[in-house]
Design a protein around this ligand. Structure first.
Ligand code: C2E
Ligand code: CA
Ligand code: CA
Ligand code: CA
Length: 274
């Protein structure tokens, strides 16, 4: 406890107090955004390295916070997780992404991020079914991206949920691959369709031999297990070429397009390729 200057004691320092007030305000604003609007999705193209065609896009959450402006997801998703709002936000994201993707050219898929806390809350399966039914999107056009955090505990139950989801015909990608402790073990244990090689490995490609070796190993191992690979955070032509040499199937990154509105993405996909 700290002396508060009026002879009494409070458990919070002014700094802690300020943070708490800020967090409460953020939570209240986020709740409002969910009810009244303010959240939206942008889409980053995913490109097939062989054909050069856009085959899908990752949905990334954005929030235009009144009076403050654009809030990056890293700032508000953690609060949504702590407060339990993430379940509703995740369900909204699935619904919105499926409704937007249904008007994309045939065969184009959309990838949606699922937070570990959202996963553990339950209700993901129902949210996926609701989004597919409401939008009419073909299950084969929906992919969910999960991180190692989802796989950490309760392996049997997690496995059962992932199998059920896959039974719907949607795909499951392992996001940020290589950043955790047990990526390899998880790849063997869980039914993934795709591995997303983390940006930290891609950014060192071309300057660092070990990054190259890691990418080659991840691609080789994924293929041995029948899993496709996509690299995230590809920013240079040299990185893209190295990835193609190593047999990586797909790429995503600023080189191929920044996250953009659904409308802009539809335009890009309709445009003839150079
Ligand atoms: P992530 O899933 O790893 O998403 C990729 C992030 O890398 C995105 O940041 C994207 O804009 C950025 N990025 C893409 N290409 C490049 C590149 O070439 N270079 C660099 N430097 N960065 C690139 P963003 O949109 O700020 O998202 C950050 C994180 O927030 C995401 O990381 C994800 O963990 C989380 N997130 C975003 N949207 C959602 C969502 O709808 N649900 C959940 N649960 N999490 C989300
Ligand atoms: Ca992701
Ligand atoms: Ca990622
Ligand atoms: Ca990442």
């Amino acid at each position: 406890a700290k002396e508060n200057g009026r002879g009494g004691y409070s458990f919070f320092s002014p700094e802690m107090n300020r943070k708490l007030v800020e967090r409460r305000a953020l939570e209240a604003d986020l709740r409002l955004a969910l009810e009244k609007g303010g959240l939206y999705l942008v889409y980053q193209p995913q490109v097939d390295l062989e054909s050069g065609a856009i085959t899908g896009a990752e949905a990334l959450l954005r929030w235009e916070r009144p009076g403050i402006g654009n809030m990056p997801p890293d700032r508000f998703i953690s609060v949504a997780e702590e407060t339990g709002l993430i379940g509703q936000i995740g369900a909204w994201t699935l619904m919105q992404a499926c409704h937007e993707a249904v008007s994309w050219p045939e065969g184009m898929s959309v990838a949606v991020n699922v937070s570990p806390v959202q996963f553990r809350q339950g209700g993901l399966y129902d949210a996926v079914v609701a989004a597919l039914e409401s939008s009419g999107l073909a299950p084969g056009c929906l992919e969910i991206e999960i991180t190692e955090g989802v796989l950490l505990n309760d392996t049997d139950e997690t496995l059962a949920i992932l199998r059920r989801l896959r039974g719907l015909g949607i795909r499951i990608a392992m996001d940020d691959f290589g950043t955790g402790y047990s990526s390899l073990g998880y790849l063997q244990k869980f039914p993934f369709d795709k591995v997303k090689i983390d940006r930290s490995f891609i950014s060192h490609l071309g300057e660092d031999r070990s990054a190259e070796a890691i990418v080659r190993a991840v691609v080789g191992m994924s293929h041995a297990l029948g899993v496709r690979t996509i690299a995230e955070g590809v920013e240079t032509q040299a990185q893209a070429e190295l990835l193609r040499d190593k047999g990586c199937e797909a790429v995503q990154g600023f080189l191929f397009g920044r996250p953009m509105s659904a409308g802009n993405l539809a335009e890009q996909m309709a445009a003839p390729r150079a």
